[in-house]
Design a protein around this ligand. Structure first.
Ligand SMILES: [Zn+2]
Length: 259
């Protein structure tokens, strides 16, 4: 996707005079947020921030020249993956501070609407705190969504066959095969080795969220069955999510902002 020549304002690839010239048209900052965490035997560590970055760039293209896509935040809240070698994690309080500081910086340049494109489920509680604080303390519109996942629940039903999904599974790997195939080890695709005790836990049937390390749920770090992943389905999921989010983004870009 990075070879796509469609126009997008992507901060790491701009100079300050270019940003200065673009600013009067920019109505929203799109901030990709991910993680650096294990993704089983077949997904590389950048899976989540690569997905967030690539989806954000597509969104930035669709909203050009009214959206600035910022530098991706490559580390998130991943302590539950820490027992797998290589995983990095921020404390939740650090994560919140990093994202707030980015919003404060952007506001100093006159950008006052913030949309976080998230690529990692573990970041979600932190993102709710961040967007509430931006709204309540800075008076600026702020929103987040885990994309494309949050918008394609109905499509997921077509593909999901495994009893447990959500991490390095057929859905995530399908989307990666479309968005960032370089990050998938195709020769190593392996079904998740989900632990029986995790599948049979009484809490699974109730609305109970139990803190667990990921190796207590799956032996090889993957859920679901990534051998069933398909780039074609990934493309459909990404295109559908984009189509569904755009009307909201257009509405969000008109939200009143502080003077
Ligand atoms: Zn992931």
């Amino acid at each position: 996707m990075s070879s796509d020549k469609a126009k997008v304002l992507y901060l790491p690839e701009l100079t300050w005079p270019e940003v200065k010239e673009a600013l009067p048209d920019i109505k929203v900052a799109i901030i990709p947020v991910g993680s650096t965490e294990q993704h089983g035997p077949h997904g590389t560590f950048q899976t989540d921030f690569a997905a967030a970055r690539e989806f954000s760039l597509l969104l930035g293209q669709a909203l050009y020249p009214n959206a600035l896509v910022t530098t991706p935040v490559p580390v998130g809240i991943s302590e539950h993956h820490i027992r797998f070698p290589g995983t990095l994690s921020l404390r939740a309080s650090t994560f919140v501070d990093v994202l707030l500081d980015i919003a404060v910086s952007l506001k100093k340049h006159g950008i006052k609407r913030f949309f976080f494109v998230n690529g990692h489920g573990g970041n979600e509680p932190g993102l709710t705190i961040v967007t509430n604080r931006i709204k309540h303390e800075m008076g600026c519109p702020a929103a987040w969504s885990t994309l494309p996942w949050n918008l394609i629940g109905d499509l997921s039903k077509e593909i999901v066959q495994s009893p447990m999904t959500g991490h390095s599974c057929e859905r995530e790997i399908s989307i990666m095969l479309h968005l960032w195939p370089e990050g998938v080890r195709k020769e190593a695709l392996t079904p998740g080795k989900i632990r029986k005790e995790a599948l049979e836990s009484a809490g699974r049937k109730l609305a109970v969220s139990e803190a667990r390390f990921f190796d207590e749920v799956t032996e090889n770090g993957a859920l679901g069955d990534a051998t069933k992943a398909s780039a074609e389905w990934g493309k459909k999921a990404v295109e559908t999510a984009l189509e569904r989010i755009l009307p909201y983004m257009k509405e969000f870009m008109e939200r009143p902002i502080p003077s």
